[in-house]
Design a protein around this ligand. Structure first.
Ligand SMILES: Cc1cc2nc3c(=O)[nH]c(=O)nc-3n(C[C@H](O)[C@H](O)[C@H](O)COP(=O)(O)O)c2cc1C
Length: 203
């Protein structure tokens, strides 16, 4: 077979990845919460549920996450894509990102410091369990201690996160996570199951 690849510098070309707004807060009295956009985020364990966010030491948010041991991963929908970008190109040192983006801090019952973003479709409240100093970034591994999802994402008890219009990050570009192509296990599903399940996603 012909080699149709072009060599590219070794880099983190894993794509697409979720781009999320991570909210955090320092521990000093009167500390103001902040938001940082993070694309180096991932699921790292199921039991207990754990996610990671990798943050450079020079980010204003870095000390808030390390001091408080808390962060909140807020999933981002299309309506908040501009806010997602803004929170990734301006520092909380210089600007109140909440006010600028029209976002509201929401107290999180499982956490003492970090608030969630009220306008996002869902959020994961996390407590830092490990920090890995990897080089450019420190990876905060957080145990997910609480999850909240907006009511409109449910049909009965079924969660339809595919309807949230979540934003993905694809090598420097924000992209909508669009059409449903299949579901977990669809490659081996019986034809009647496939037909029934796929109908749900056409809505
Ligand atoms: C799409 C996007 C993804 C980003 N991902 C990360 C990331 O994973 N880790 C990081 O340290 N900075 C990341 N940044 C940069 C920070 O969000 C940016 O430096 C921000 O201004 C830091 O805010 P702060 O100084 O208020 O903490 C990203 C920026 C954008 C636009």
């Amino acid at each position: 077979m012909a080699n149709n690849f072009r060599e590219f510098n070794p880099c983190t070309l894993l794509a697409p990845v979720p781009a999320v707004m991570v909210s955090c807060c320092g521990v000093q009295a009167g500390a103001k919460p902040n938001i940082i956009t993070v694309a180096w985020a991932g699921t790292v364990n199921s039991e207990p549920p754990m996610v990671s966010v990798s943050v450079r030491k020079n980010r204003f948010s870095h000390h808030m996450i390390s001091e408080s041991g808390e962060f909140v991963v807020n999933l981002v929908d299309e309506a908040h894509c501009k806010a997602l970008d803004f929170c990734g190109v301006r520092s909380g040192k210089d600007v109140d990102k909440w006010a600028h983006c029209g976002l509201t801090p929401l107290p999180v019952k499982e956490l003492d410091h970090a608030p969630a973003i009220a306008e996002c479709p869902a959020y994961l409240a996390c407590k830092v369990r490990q920090v890995l100093e990897l080089g450019s970034h420190d990876m905060f591994i957080g145990e997910v201690v609480g999850v909240q999802v907006r009511e409109e994402m449910f049909e009965g008890t079924a969660l339809h996160l595919e309807r949230a219009g979540l934003v993905t990050y694809n090598h420097g570009v924000y992209q909508r996570a669009a059409d449903v192509l299949g579901f977990f296990g669809y490659s081996v599903a019986r034809p009647e199951v496939l037909e029934r399940r796929m109908k749900v996603y056409e809505k």
